[in-house]
Design a protein around this ligand. Structure first.
Ligand SMILES: [Cu+2]
Length: 287
């Protein structure tokens, strides 16, 4: 979330790779669970996992909000290449967002389920700190993740834990430029299946608005460097998802007013997608 200001510093370009994973299931799915702890400013995460559909659980032990944006690197590309490109404000079409839990507030724990092929990935946090537009990844919240083929080295083996995730009950389509829910969200638990049917990479940052507040108030607060009382609380959502990709996240909504927004910079003009219309408010009614 909160990538409005860093967009000027760091541009992650749009991915062209199109890998469509059929993540929809009719019954509860059991997946390996990878727990990642976040604090200022580091992840504690495994260095390698096995390919397949995996639930990433982000446990925020810190005082600021954090996310895990999982990015797949093209063969031969490294963390150093990513940092160099980001510093030089160069596009990184060889780094494709595959989703991830987005965004956990202090002491929050949130889950997202993604399908990873074998390869080299990065875990990133784009969130800036209060009073500073510099994304956390610049301060150390960036690290490599190696995904081994399922039939390869079974390092995780007996220590792997699993989670049963309810089948998706709501679909969320990302398009250029907007969000489309398959049905109105209601209070309670949901598994939301996110589909990027757009030409560009997008994210879904969800937040609950304080009574009487709007996304305009949220924008003004972010622009101020998060000064004063927050008009929002972070809610589970989906980190940057490349064209054609799908992933799911779980949420437990309480009645109230919410916002959903995409801060990823546009491929053409570099402005956050929110400025192209990817911002919406919605109300969650009681059941
Ligand atoms: Cu977007």
């Amino acid at each position: 979330m909160l990538r409005a200001i860093p967009a000027a510093l760091f541009v992650v370009a749009v991915a062209s790779a199109s890998i469509r994973h059929a993540a929809t299931a009719s019954t509860a799915d059991k997946h390996p669970l990878v727990t990642v702890h976040a604090r200022e400013y580091a992840f504690v995460a495994p260095a390698s996992i096995t390919a397949g559909t995996t639930t990433f659980r982000l446990v925020n032990d810190g005082k600021e909000p954090h996310q895990i944006s999982i990015v797949q690197l093209a063969k031969g590309k490294t963390l150093a290449d990513f940092v160099a490109a980001a510093k030089a404000n160069q596009p990184t079409p060889w780094a494709v967002g595959v989703g991830g839990p987005n965004t956990a507030g202090p002491r929050q724990t949130i889950d997202a389920t993604v399908t990873l092929d074998a390869g080299n990935y990065l875990l990133l946090c784009w969130v800036p700190s209060p009073g500073s537009p510099v994304p956390h990844l610049v301060k150390g919240m960036i690290q490599p993740l190696t995904v081994h083929a399922a039939s390869g080295v079974a390092q995780a083996g007996a220590s792997t834990s699993y989670i049963s995730e309810a089948a998706p009950d709501v679909h969320l389509e990302l398009f250029d430029y907007g969000f489309r829910f398959s049905k109105p969200l209601t209070a309670g638990k949901h598994t939301i299946h996110v589909m990027n049917n757009a030409t560009q990479e997008h994210e879904a940052v969800m937040m609950k608005l304080a009574p009487g507040k709007t996304m305009k108030d949220a924008d003004a607060w972010f622009e101020s460097g998060m000064k004063g009382p927050s008009p929002i609380t972070p809610e589970p959502g989906m980190a940057g998802l490349g064209k054609g990709r799908t992933a799911t996240f779980t949420t437990n909504l309480t009645p109230g007013h919410y916002g959903i927004i995409c801060y990823i910079p546009d491929a053409k003009d570099g402005k956050p997608h929110a400025m192209h219309g990817m911002v919406q408010e919605f109300t969650v009614a009681a059941r």
